[in-house]
Design a protein around this ligand. Structure first.
Ligand SMILES: NC(=O)c1ccc[n+]([C@@H]2O[C@H](COP(=O)([O-])OP(=O)(O)OC[C@H]3O[C@@H](n4cnc5c(N)ncnc54)[C@H](O)[C@@H]3O)[C@@H](O)[C@H]2O)c1
Ligand SMILES: [Zn+2]
Length: 361
């Protein structure tokens, strides 16, 4: 079992536990806060897991209630948040009680949102049950709900603990393992090549205990280094500038879009810094069945979407690029670099498509 701690300066704010058979550890942590009531939030695919976590708490004399939310992104709505507030209120929930979210990234996002806002903040814990949740969504304190735009409203909330049971992740269907691999590989490219080597040798059958442990270590270190999100955290957006634009213009999944965005960022890094690892990135992503080209997609729509992205500032578009594996840098990119990024994923941008001022207001 491995424990990782997120720090805000000298203060520990969250512990992430990665291992197997975590029931005892979970119960100990839930009991440590002298909570009387526990509300467990689940979604249909994690309902029975939620019951497994509820049992030992009930045996310890805690009053446990469970609420099953709509599945996936459908839970990330203000109307669902309101339903949860009512459920907690009806259960007599106080600020000394505990909310536990058992599920993937969508479920932990909404759990944290409620944890930060109900009674102006109640303690919460996450049990991350997908690979994306384990290596990304449950770590770092960001929460959100969707209002028109994805993740439009959110608030920081650091769960007291995040439990990642590798047995649960091992049993995930292949598509969820593949989605998580895109984010795990991202942490590999920017910081820890051992993660990349694991996927290169064993593909989706890689040892997920080691992948998760290493990937969590990278995210925890970056978040602790830049707790208030001034600048270093931006390196976690490697592959996401083009990735987000592809996600919102094509309807591809986040993981698929990020895989393509990573290939684009590799090509841009080659153009800007003579990075030599672009082909290696592309090969490992393709080997686990992630897309690495966007030939069918509309380059102009993607380029326009990039202008409205958060990574643009007054001096133009910024991308995270690699000087080498493990050496990421946030840079303002030239038009030539953007064209190279697009060429890397099979898209051709004419010079007239690069009117970067057009959509900037
Ligand atoms: N807060 C952050 O920093 C952050 C970072 C990355 C992603 N996210 C958010 O995370 C979400 C994506 O997370 P996700 O990929 O886990 O998707 P998800 O939470 O929608 O889960 C995908 C599906 O898998 C199901 N599921 C969960 N655990 C399962 C299990 N053990 N076995 C079988 N099915 C299971 C879910 O119920 C859902 O149907 C998005 O909403 C995204 O915005 C947040
Ligand atoms: Zn992502």
């Amino acid at each position: 079992m491995a424990r990782h701690v997120i720090w805000n300066g000298d203060t520990p704010v969250s512990t992430i536990v990665v291992g197997r058979n975590l029931a005892n550890e979970f119960v100990e942590r839930a009991l440590s806060g002298s909570h009387r009531r526990v509300a467990i939030l689940t979604q249909p695919p994690t309902e029975s897991l939620g019951a497994t976590y509820a049992k030992p708490l009930i045996a310890e004399g805690l009053s446990v209630t469970t609420m099953t939310l709509p599945d996936g992104e459908d839970a990330k709505q203000l109307s669902v948040v309101e339903d949860i507030y009512r459920f907690l209120n009806t259960s007599g929930f106080t600020r000394n009680d505990l909310i536990v979210g058992v599920g993937g990234g969508a479920l932990t996002d909404v759990t944290g949102f409620v944890g930060a806002t109900y009674l102006r903040g109640v303690p919460c814990m996450y049990v991350a049950t997908t690979l994306i949740g384990a290596v990304d969504a449950a770590i770092g304190g960001k929460t959100a709900v969707n209002v028109d735009g994805k993740n439009l409203a959110g608030v920081f909330c650091h769960p007291e603990a995040v439990m990642i049971d590798v047995d649960t992740i091992d049993r995930l269907p292949e598509n969820l393992k593949r989605d998580g691999a895109a984010e795990a590989l991202k942490t590999g490219f920017i910081e820890d090549m051992r993660i990349v080597e694991l996927y290169e040798s064993d593909g989706l059958d890689s040892d997920l205990a080691e992948v998760i442990d290493r990937s969590v270590a990278v995210k925890v270190a970056v978040v602790s280094d830049d707790f208030t999100e001034q600048d270093r955290r931006a390196i976690l957006n490697y592959g996401h500038t083009v990735g987000h634009a592809i996600e919102s213009t094509t309807g591809r999944s986040h993981a698929e879009s990020v895989a393509i965005g990573t290939v684009a960022a590799g090509a841009a890094s080659e153009a800007e810094f003579s990075f030599t690892g672009a082909q290696r990135q592309k090969d490992v992503l393709a080997s686990i069945g992630l897309p690495v080209e966007a030939v069918e997609d509309d380059p102009v729509a993607i380029r326009m979407q990039m202008n409205s992205d958060k990574k643009r500032d007054d001096d133009g578009l910024r991308m995270v690029l690699l000087r080498d594996f493990g050496i990421p840098e946030l840079v303002h990119v030239t038009d030539a670099t953007v064209r190279a990024a697009f060429a890397g994923i099979g898209l051709s941008l004419a010079v007239r498509d690069l009117d970067t001022e057009e959509d900037s207001t």
